[in-house]
Design a protein around this ligand. Structure first.
Ligand code: ADP
Length: 648
């Protein structure tokens, strides 16, 4: 078939453009990316081969071959992995499947300085496209295992690529780079040189579990026992296949024999992250179940953390050093999905399948152990390297909070390492323990308030009486906070109580009694006005009552103890779920001048038409104070304008 030309999808084109005019100074890593892709492809072939031996047929050894040609100025990377067919090449190479790519590119565009752009690119992991940092033309020849035909893909990274049918004797992929001119100042080495290739493999890919080989030409001459060349012997050229990497499973090597760099490179290999990890969790577990773990926490949250995207790489499962599968979700709960690394079991069966995994007792037990290790490690980190931990929480806290409702067994441990903003210092994270340590006498519960925006929560009238009492309130402004607070009610014997929900009673028993007494008498006094307001506002609120929350403001809206909060309602609708329209409670401050005056006016004439407008204004004001959206902003502003005219 003839050569067909295709256009890269917009986002792919933009990424390529970034790579060609690369802001990334370390060009060597293109080879690491290609070797990682090849190694993944070999993993996949081996994995598919477990179920279907035909996939592996005719393949003596899974391996990666490198070959440089200084005359042609090419570097070739060949693997006998799973390969790709035509559709897969279009899908995987012509498109960037990662969710969040657009947002990522927007951020890169916005960042003017080269270091930030490079960091962002590193976080994103550009993969195959990084070849365009060093090559002005790239060819890929691939044949899918289990299929016969092959496909050749080629591009100069200029917005288009070509595809044509091709031949390949066996399954696998060959990537050929037509290298740019060597330019040492620009970090562009001669990637056809044996020593250059050798160095990069050693540095970045030594632990890759498959042999990375190269054919090396040497001149040899026959020698005697003393090593002297034999008389009359002629030099001959011999070509030997040499394996460049040690293939040692890094998690089984003695810790003092592995350098930090090696550990970090291993992380980059498995995670496809270009940046150093934040922290490493290593352990060998012995006992009824034996396994080793080498896990990492990335420094930055990946772009697809909240997309549930398929590009996610989690924990790899090995059994006795044999790779079994990528992204083994059964080993780590969803809320630890950002953790990457390897778990190598001594006990599981080699032909364990995904289906069996889900019910496997051993896996469940291992999973529990691993979660414990991770949470303990984080706890230690919080203690020993608090600054680092605060950075970590900023990146991953919102994911960990999912654990508060997903994992009851570890709830206390999670609350222990959780950090929150609070009114104590709205710019600094606090732990619950520190909050408790600061609690003044008489305060029994831990108070929090949820909302969409920290600044708005901080300024909302609901917190007035808490402030007056010197009680701190946690400012919970993430969507996940709406969810976990529905099922977590206690920490270390202290109740967790919403400042924006139900009735609040603050202070010592005596103070509470006193407040209750005053409220009762005020309620009597205001009873008919409250009734009146309720009847006029019944479309918007379910109740109108006097408040214990307010000291300065006249009114606020609170959610009834067991009702959905407006944010939760919104979230449910956004997810396409049905959410009932929940009416809230209007709370009024009987000591506020507005209430006093309203009361007087109401006493004079209950049919005064101005009263209805005042009711609407009160409600609108309460809604605005918490950052809510008015049902009829036009009408509200007209009422305010009329008031202004009257007062001028
Ligand atoms: P990433 O590796 O981060 O997913 P890449 O751009 O490097 O991104 O690769 C995109 C996809 O192309 C890979 O996920 C893989 O499915 C496929 N791919 C790349 N290289 C190979 C290869 N050598 N063999 C088989 N598939 C490959």
């Amino acid at each position: 078939m003839s050569v067909e030309t295709f256009e890269f999808k917009t986002e792919a084109r933009q990424l390529l453009d970034l790579m060609i005019h690369s802001v990334y100074s370390n060009k060597d890593i293109f080879l690491r990316e290609l070797i990682s892709n090849a190694s993944d492809a070999l993993d996949k072939r081996r994995f598919e081969g477990i179920k279907d031996p035909a996939i592996l047929e005719g393949e003596p050894e899974l391996r990666i071959m490198l070959s440089g040609d200084s005359q042609a100025r090419t570097l070739t990377i060949t693997d006998n992995g799973i390969g790709m067919n035509r559709d897969e090449v279009i899908d995987l190479i012509g498109t960037i499947a990662k969710s969040g790519t657009k947002e990522f590119l927007d951020r890169v565009k916005k960042s003017k300085d080269a270091t930030t752009s490079a960091e962002l690119i590193g976080q994103f992991g550009v993969g195959f496209y990084s070849t365009f940092m060093v090559a002005d033309r790239v060819t890929l020849l691939s044949r899918r295992a289990g299929e016969t035909g092959a496909v050749r893909w080629e591009s100069s990274g200029d917005g288009t690529y070509t595809l044509e049918d091709a031949e390949r004797d066996t399954p696998g992929t060959t990537v050929t780079l037509h290298l740019k001119e060597t330019d040492h100042e620009d970090g562009m080495k001669d990637y056809t040189e044996e020593w250059v290739i050798r160095g990069i493999v050693k540095q970045y890919s030594d632990f890759v579990a498959y042999p990375i080989q190269m054919e090396i030409a040497r001149t040899e001459i026959e020698r005697d026992d003393d090593g002297k060349p034999l008389e009359g012997a002629e030099e001959r050229k011999v070509i030997k296949t040499e394996t460049l990497n040690s293939m040692k499973a890094i998690w089984l090597r003695k810790r003092n024999e592995v350098t930090e760099d090696e550990y970090n490179e291993f992380y980059k290999h498995i995670s496809h992250d270009w940046n150093e990890p934040l922290t490493r969790i290593q352990a060998k577990i012995e006992g009824i179940l034996e396994y080793s773990i080498l896990l990492y926490v990335p420094a930055k949250a990946p772009f697809d953390l909240f997309y549930g995207s398929a590009t996610h790489r989690g924990v790899q499962l090995y059994v006795k050093r044999v790779f079994i599968m990528d992204n083994c979700k059964e080993l780590l709960p969803n809320y630890l999905r950002f953790v990457k690394g390897v778990v190598d079991s001594e006990d599981l069966s080699l032909n364990i399948s995904r289906e069996i995994l889900q019910q496997d007792r051993q896996i469940q037990r291992m999973g529990k152990g691993i979660v414990g290790k991770v949470l303990n490690h984080l706890k230690d980190l919080k203690k020993s390297e608090n600054e680092l931990y605060v950075g970590f929480w900023g990146e991953f806290g919102r994911v960990l909070k999912e654990g508060l409702f997903e994992d009851r067994d570890n709830r206390e441990a999670l609350l222990d390492i959780a950090l929150f903003y609070s009114t104590h210092d709205p710019e600094v994270f606090t732990s619950l323990q520190d909050y408790i340590d600061r609690m003044p006498e008489g305060q029994e519960a831990i108070y929090y308030m949820t909302g969409e925006d920290r600044k708005r929560i901080e300024g909302s009238p609901h917190l007035e009486s808490f402030r007056a009492k010197g009680y701190e309130v946690l400012l919970l402004d993430e969507p996940v906070d709406e969810v976990w607070t529905q099922s977590v009610f206690e920490f270390q014997g202290k109740k967790l109580v919403s400042a924006g929900r139900g009735a609040v009673e603050l202070g010592t028993e005596e103070e509470k009694k006193e407040a209750e007494k005053t409220r009762k008498s005020k309620e009597k006094e205001f009873a008919s006005l409250l009734e009146f307001l309720k009847s006029k506002l019944s479309e918007n609120v379910k109740e109108v009552r006097l408040s214990n929350r307010l000291t300065a403001s006249a009114a606020c809206l609170v959610t009834d103890t067991h009702d959905l909060s407006p944010q939760m309602e919104q979230m449910m609708r956004a997810m396409g779920q049905e959410a009932p329209v929940t009416k809230r409670i209007l709370e009024l401050n009987p000591d506020h001048a507005i209430l006093q005056k309203l009361h007087e006016r109401f006493d004079v004439n209950q049919d005064d038409p101005a009263l209805l407008e005042q009711a609407e204004l009160l409600y609108g004001q309460a809604l605005l104070a918490e950052g809510g959206v008015l049902p009829d902003p036009g009408r509200f502003s007209k009422l305010v304008a009329e008031l202004m005219v009257k007062s001028l």
